[in-house]
Write a protein that binds this ligand. Structure first.
Ligand SMILES: [Zn+2]
Length: 176
């Protein structure tokens, strides 16, 4: 509880060149970030990490999968959605003096004598990025109108009318 350090770390001491895979399973409550403790991430979080080590660098690919729980933005119905997040981090072996130039290119400098790489923050970031901005239920046609395209193109730009719009119009005409 509250102890985030070391949650998702990979041991790199003595690792020879090659590709290594790691699997982690954790809960949102294992992270100290309150955003992940929200109902959205209530289920088990599976993380796969692929580390590609060469003589000079380590490329880390992170993939997270979790079944998240949301409420539809429009009708507020509860719904579940499997979220997949992907993220890549580069670590370059180097001396502390080369830190400034390398880090500006999105690389992180890793001490050659480092024993482990802690990926907790990166995994948390991957999870947060996998969270959709909009969540709308699929079953309810009144809500799915707003899926993907966003509200602004729903009627005018597509031209095509959804079944519920058509039936609404028929209903209106009936009473004219
Ligand atoms: Zn809905």
């Amino acid at each position: 509880m509250g102890k985030e350090k070391g949650l998702l770390e990979i041991r790199i001491a003595g690792l020879s060149e090659g590709i290594y895979e790691y699997d982690f399973t954790c809960q949102a409550s294992d992270f100290t970030n309150p955003e992940l403790a929200e109902p959205g991430f209530s289920k088990e979080i599976r993380t796969r990490v692929a580390a590609n080590k060469t003589d000079s660098e380590i490329t880390i690919d992170i993939e997270t999968k979790t079944l998240a729980e949301f409420n539809c933005d429009i009708c507020l119905a509860p719904l579940k959605k499997e979220l997949t997040g992907m993220y890549r981090v580069f670590f370059v072996f180097g001396e502390p003096c080369s830190v400034s130039e390398k880090q500006s290119e999105g690389y992180r400098v890793l001490d050659r004598n480092a024993l482990v790489i802690d990926l907790t923050k990166d995994v948390r970031e991957t999870l947060l990025l996998s969270k959709p901005l909009k969540v709308v239920c699929i079953d309810n046609p009144e809500c799915s109108v707003y899926r993907e395209d966003g509200a602004e193109h729903s009627e005018e730009k597509h031209g095509a009318k959804s079944p519920w719009q058509e039936s609404l119009e028929k209903l209106k005409n009936k009473y004219h």
